[in-house]
Write a protein that binds this ligand. Structure first.
Ligand code: CP
Ligand code: NVA
Length: 318
C-alpha cells in the first residue's frame, strides 16, 4: 500500500473530528494520504490555499504548544486564519453554556478546534453548532495526535506492518492509539500498571475494529513482553494535565514502566521511539532514549501540522 497514492474506497462522509472511532478505516487512510501529500507539496513550496478566507476558532482550557502552533500555522498555510480563545478570556470560562458558545461561533467562523477536559463538551459543540468541530485533546482522547503518530510510523517503517508498543499510563493518548492502530491494521500492545488500563469501552471498540482489519490488540502489565518484537515504542507522561495534584502518588505505580535503553534493547533493533510530548526526562523516558538515534519525536511533532491540515481540508473545504 502506497499512502501517497491511496485510492479511496468510499466517499469521505465525516463532518467533525471528535474521535477516531467515528471514522472508517478508509476515511483514516484518506486523512493520512492527504497529510502526506500536503507535506510533500509543502516541501516543494506552499500548496494551494485550499482554505482561503476560512476562520478556525481555537478554544483552549488546557495548555498547549504543539496543538496550538500546528493548527494556527496550518490554517495560515492553507490561506485561512485562526483565533486563539483561552477559556479564561471568553465567557465559556464564566459559565456560558457550550450550546450557546457553539451557536454563536457557528454564526461567525468556519470551524472550531477545542482542547478541554470533558469529551462531552467537544461533542456538545458539534451537537449544538453547525460547523466542523475538531478535538484537540480531552481527558479521554487525543485523536489528532494519533493521526500524526501513524503518519510518522508509516514514514519510518514504510507500511503499517509491525507492532506498536505503548508503555505507561492508559490515558487519552493510549485510548486513541488503540483505535488508530486497530483502524490501520497495526498490531498494538499496551503495557500499563494494574488500575491504569485504557478505557474499557474504547478497548472493546478497538477490538471490534481490529477483528475486521486484522490488527491484534494486547493489554499487559509487562513492559518487556510489550516491547518484544516491537517496531515502535511509545510512551507519554505518567500524570496528564489536570492530574498534577496526584502526580507523586501516581508515579509510585509507574517506576517499572520507564522507557530506557535496557527496555529499548528488547525491541527490534531498528525500532523507533515515539512520544507525543511534552516529555518528562528521567520519569517516563530517559534522556538517552528520547535524545538518541531511534527517537523520531520531533518528526512526530512536525507531523501534527501535516495531519491536522489534512483534517481541516477534509472538514472545512467548500
Ligand atoms: N502533544 C501535544 O498535544 O502537545 P501540546 O500539549 O503542546 O499541544
Ligand atoms: N496525556 C497527556 C498528553 C499531552 C499532550 C495529557 O493529557 O496531559
Amino acid at each position: 500500500m502506497n499512502l501517497l497514492t491511496y485510492n479511496p474506497k468510499e466517499e469521505f462522509a465525516q463532518k467533525h473530528m471528535l474521535k477516531l472511532s467515528d471514522y472508517t478505516p478508509d476515511e483514516i487512510m484518506q486523512v493520512l494520504s492527504l497529510a502526506l501529500n500536503l507535506k510533500t507539496q509543502k516541501e516543494k513550496g506552499y500548496p494551494a490555499p485550499l482554505l482561503g478566507g476560512k476562520i478556525l476558532a481555537m478554544i483552549f482550557t488546557k495548555s498547549s504548544t504543539r496543538t496550538r502552533v500546528s493548527f494556527e500555522a496550518g490554517i495560515y498555510q492553507l490561506g485561512g486564519t485562526a483565533q486563539f480563545l483561552s477559556s479564561n478570556d471568553i465567557q465559556l470560562g464564566r459559565g456560558e453554556p457550550i450550546s450557546d458558545t457553539a451557536k454563536v461561533l457557528s454564526r461567525m467562523v468556519d470551524g472550531i478546534m477545542i482542547r478541554t477536559f470533558a469529551q462531552s463538551d467537544v461533542e456538545g459543540l458539534a451537537e449544538h453548532g453547525s460547523i466542523p468541530v475538531i478535538n484537540g485533546l480531552t481527558d479521554l482522547l487525543h485523536p489528532c495526535q494519533i493521526l500524526a503518530d501513524l503518519l510518522t510510523y508509516y514514514e519510518n517503517v514504510g507500511s503499517f506492518d509491525g507492532k506498536m508498543a505503548y508503555i505507561g499510563d492508559g490515558n487519552n493518548v493510549a485510548n486513541s492509539l488503540l483505535i488508530g492502530c486497530a483502524q490501520v491494521g497495526l498490531d498494538v500492545t499496551i503495557a500499563c500498571p494494574k488500575g491504569f488500563e485504557p478505557d474499557a469501552d474504547i478497548l472493546a471498540t478497538a477490538q471490534k475494529i481490529a477483528a475486521n482489519t486484522g490488527a491484534t490488540i494486547t493489554i499487559t502489565q509487562d513492559p518487556k513482553e510489550a516491547v518484544s518484537g516491537a517496531t515502535a515504542v511509545y510512551t507519554d507522561v505518567w500524570a496528564s494535565m489536570g492530574q498534577e495534584s496526584d502526580a507523586k502518588q501516581k508515579h509510585a505505580h509507574f517506576t517499572d514502566y520507564q522507557v530506557n535503553s535496557e527496555l529499548m534493547a528488547l525491541a527490534d533493533k531498528d525500532a523507533i521511539f515515539l512520544h507525543c510530548l511534552p516529555a518528562h526526562r528521567g520519569e517516563e523516558v530517559t534522556s538517552d532514549v528520547i535524545d538518541g538515534d531511534q527517537s523520531v519525536v520531533f518528526d512526530e511533532a512536525e507531523n501534527r501540522l501535516h495531519a491536522q491540515k489534512a483534517v481541516m481540508v477534509l472538514l472545512m473545504k467548500d
